[in-house]
Design a protein around this ligand. Structure first.
Ligand code: CIR
Length: 254
């Protein structure tokens, strides 16, 4: 999968009012976040992507995490119905952007899907069943994929917010996985790099063409990824992490 475009959204001053399970930590610092967002955009541009930057949405603090609102394949963009009530409606602003680049389809209620639960590896999609993505939504998505010639399988997401909080494709037929997914039967067709438990956040690593974007501050995972021989860009995601986000959910690539 070679990407040409990325869609990102500016963080809003309301960012800290989004959903998070990290209630005990300090709230995100807005200025630091803006700096991290700018570095993220620069990294994507340095890889050669054209970055489309959307304005923040005053009514949706989590709209920054654009990946949850759509799944973009080579020939179709599926607009999701996000699983958290406070996030429903974010997808409308994404739909109009993606319609310029792809035929679009939709996940319809009672189906819910968050894009963070959808991992594409070649012509195959793994769809995580999570607190955000339900059976009905996964089924709708699977039927759309099938019509477009893809295969798909559901994966139970026991731990973590989304599938891609724990499992990501890092090239060379290899998945980067947390210990919880290390012996998952559904993933056995791939080699795995297992992230140590104390670094499990680093599983949220993003393959963009011939580069890996890796969260800064996880040296054990960095060493393991070096063995793949890809170019690595480390990025600080400290403020995004405070809202349960990571490198994958900060953009939509296609
Ligand atoms: C949420 O709970 O919806 C946001 N605070 C974080 C979403 C992160 N998205 C992702 O990992 N795909």
């Amino acid at each position: 999968m070679m990407f040409t475009y990325a869609v990102v959204r500016k963080p809003g001053p309301n960012f800290a009012r989004g959903l998070t399970t990290a209630a005990a930590t300090d709230p995100p610092d807005f200025e630091t976040l803006v700096g991290q967002h700018t570095e993220y955009i620069s990294a994507l541009q340095s890889i050669g992507l054209e970055v489309i930057v959307l304005d923040c949405l005053p009514d949706h603090p989590d709209a920054y995490f654009v990946e949850d609102t759509a799944v973009v394949a080579a020939d179709v963009a599926v607009i999701t119905n996000p699983g958290a009530e406070s996030r429903q409606g974010e997808e409308e602003t994404i739909a109009s952007v993606l319609a310029e680049y792809r035929r679009t389809d939709r996940i319809r209620p009672p189906g819910t899907v968050d894009g963070g639960d959808v991992l594409q590896v070649g012509n195959h999609f793994f769809v995580g069943l999570s607190e955000r993505t339900n059976h009905e939504g996964a089924g709708q998505l699977g039927r759309i994929f099938k019509r477009h010639g893809y295969t798909y399988a559901t994966v139970a997401v026991g731990e973590g917010l989304h599938l891609k909080s724990s499992v990501n494709y890092v090239g060379r037929n290899t998945l980067l996985v947390t210990e919880d997914f290390a012996s998952n039967e559904q993933l056995k067709a791939y080699d795995t790099i297992i992230v140590d438990r104390h670094e499990s956040y680093a599983a949220n690593t993003l393959l963009v063409n011939d580069h890996l974007l890796v969260p800064r501050g996880y040296p054990g995972t960095r060493r393991k990824l070096d063995a793949l021989g890809l170019k690595i860009i480390e990025l600080d995601t400290s403020e995004v992490r405070k809202m349960d986000g990571g490198l994958t959910c900060m953009s939509l690539r296609f």
